[in-house]
Ligand binder design. Sequence first.
Ligand code: G6P
Length: 609
Amino acid sequence: MCGIVGAIAQRDVAEILLEGLRRLEYRGYDSAGLAVVSEPGQLQRLRRLGKVQALADAMIGPLAGGTGIAHTRWATHGEPSERNAHPHVSADSLAVVHNGIIENHQELKTALEQDGYRFSSDTDTEVIAHMVHKARQTGLSLFAAVRATAKQLRGAYGTVVLDSEEPDKLVVARSGSPLVIGLGIGENFIASDSLALLPVTRQFIYLEEGDVAEITRNTVYIEDARGNPVERPAQESTASYDAGNKGGYRHFMLKEIYDQPQAVRNALESRLAEDHVLDQAFGTQAGDVFARVKHVQIVACGTSYHSAMVARYWLESLAGISCSVEIASEYRYRKPVVLPDSLLVTISQSGETADTLAALRMARHLGYLATLAVCNVGASSLVRESDLAFMTRAGVEIGVASTKAFTTQLVGLAILVLALGQHNDINPLLLTEMVGALKSLPEQLEETLTLAPDIEKLAEEFADKHHTLFLGRGDQYPIAMEGALKLKEISYIHAEAYAAGELKHGPLALIDEDMPIVVIAPNNELLEKLKSNVEEVRARGGILYVFADRDAQFASDETMRVINLPHTHPWMAPVVYTLPLQLLSYYVAIIKGTDVDQPRNLAKSVTVE
Ligand code: G6P
C-alpha cells in the first residue's frame, strides 16, 4: 500500500526521503514521487512510474531543499502512471501526499471545477491539494486550511501538505491511515511507518484519529479531533536500524523464513512457566477477562485469517470454549449476534489492515466482554484500540507474503488457548504437556529448515504447472489454505486448498497428471482418514507430494514424492508443517523468476478497504 515520508531540516532532505521510500517499498506500490522546496515559492516535483530506484535515477544532481514530502503509490483511483503518482500539486505551489481513499472526492471535484480548478490526474488525492489551496486563498493559515479541508473529507486518509509559500512547516492530518512524527535535533520528520525514519531518529509520536499537526524544524503542534491542542507522548523505538536489510539472504522472504526459530523463541519468552502460561502476556487485566470468557469470535484477513482458523480447532478441543472465525471484510458488514461473555480477538501482522480495524471499531458497540489483538506492531492502531494485546515479536516483516508473522501468530494463539483453558478446567497434565510442546518448537523449526535442499528440488516439478491442490484435515486444513495462498501470491500459480474429506464432492474431477496434489500428513488422529484420501487421488492418476511425519509410513514411488518431517507434538504440527510449504512456494517463485518480495498487484499492509 501507499507510503508517506516527509522531512523538514536545515540540510537537503531528498536523500532522506528516498531512503525512507526504499524502506517502505516492501508495502507494495506502483509509482513513486517527491517534492521539495528549494527556496520560498520554488516547488520542485519529480515522479516516476515503477520503482523508487527509477525516481532516484531521474534525479540528475542533488535536489536542493530542506522541506520535502515523498510517496509510494498503490493505485486505487486512476491507473498506475506518472500523472497519477503523488505528490499532487495545486497552483504549482502547494503539494500533497495521501494514503487512503477519499470517498466523496467526486462531489468535491465537481465543486472545485466550478470554482475554476483544473485537474491533472484521475486520483481522489488531487481534491485535497485544490481544497487546501482554495482555503488558503481566503486568508487561512496552512494549518487552518488543512483543518478546514479535513472536516470536509469522508473516508480514510493520512495526508501531508507542503506549501512552498510557507516552506518552514509541514501540516499533516490523520483519519484512518497511520502517521508517525519522527523527532530529530533541529529537524523533524513524518511517515506512515516508523520503519521509514529509523536511519534518522528513534523518537516517535504516533498521531491519533482526527489529529491535525504542524511540524517545523523545532516544534510539533497537535490538535485532536475536537480541535483542542494536545501533547502526545514521544516513544522510543527499539526496532533495529537494520530491520530493513536482507542479512545476506537473496530475498527478505527467505530471510524471514529462516528467522522463524528465533522469532518463535522471542514470542515464547517470558510467557511460559513450567506448567502453565502467563495471563499477563495479554495485559494486566487479562486474567479477570479470561475467567469470564464463554465464547471467542476471531476476525482477521489473509494469512492472519488462516491462523485464526487453526486457533478455532485448538480452542474447542483443548480449552472447551466455542469459537467462530470470520474474514474481517465480511464481518464488518454483517449484523452479528454476539453471545454473552464473548471475547473478540483480532489478528493482524501490521495492526493497520483497514477491514480488521473497521471490524474492531464496529464490534466495540456490540457488547463484547473485551477485545484482544494478536499483533506484530506495538504502536499500531489495532493494539492501541484493543483492551488486551499479545505482541507476536516476529520482528519487522518485509516480504509481502507473510511467513514469520504467521508462525508467531500461531504461537500467540496457542498461548491464548492455554490461558483460556487454565480458566476453564483444562486437564493440568495436558497443560504441562502443551507447555513442553511449545518450548520444543524452535528446535523443531530449525530441524525442518534443513529440508530446504530437498524442497528446492521438488519445486522444479511445480514450476511449469498452472494449478495445484493442497490437502489437509483438521487443524492442517488451514495450513493447506496457507500453503495454497503462498504459492498463489509469489509464483502466480493457481492453487486451491481442500479439506481432504471433501475431495469426493467435486475436486476429484480435476485430478490428472498436470495437477500436483500437495498433502500435509503429520502423525495425528486423522492420519488414517487422510491416507484413504491419498488413495482416492492415486487411483485417479494424480501425482502426490506428501509432507509427512517419519512414522506416517508413506513411501516415495513414481506417483508419490514423500518429504519426511521431524517428529512433532500433533498440536504443534500446524506451526512446523507451515515451513516446508513456505519454502516450496519460495523455490517455485525463484524458478519462475517472479518478484518474490513484492509480488505483482499485492501490498504488505492493506490500509484501504
Ligand atoms: C495483505 C498481505 C498479507 C496479509 C494480509 C493481512 O494481504 O499481503 O500477507 O496476510 O494483508 O494483513 P495483516 O497485517 O492484517 O495481518
